[in-house]
Design a protein around this ligand. Structure first.
Ligand SMILES: [Zn+2]
Length: 99
């Protein structure tokens, strides 16, 4: 039962992500091939023969994610809580009230 619960959560996160991407105008074809890492689970989006997306769990014993320095944009990260923003202005305003 616990395994099922966990799977539902990660799939829900992925489904929510897909909806967001589709709303931003991205096609299923563009999203196909996207990999998701959730804890020690890996999922890949695969386009089916009829053009819809399927979330396929990828077998993985252990997963380690490394982020390259250049992928991070420290200028747009709130220094207080570490939240990522798309603009520097949003990032500095994030925890401005707390300070
Ligand atoms: Zn913040």
């Amino acid at each position: 039962m616990q395994t099922h619960q966990k799977e539902t959560t990660s799939r829900e996160l992925i489904e929510r992500w897909i909806v967001q991407q589709v709303l931003e105008g991205r096609s299923n074809q563009e999203l196909s091939g996207t990999m998701f890492i959730y804890g020690d689970e890996a999922f890949e989006l695969q386009e089916t023969a009829i053009g819809s997306l399927e979330i396929k769990e990828q077998p993985a014993e252990q997963i380690v994610v490394f982020r390259k320095k250049e992928e991070m944009d420290p200028a747009n990260v709130c220094r207080a809580c570490g939240l990522d923003y798309s603009s520097f202005k949003e990032a500095i305003e994030c925890c401005a009230d707390v300070d």
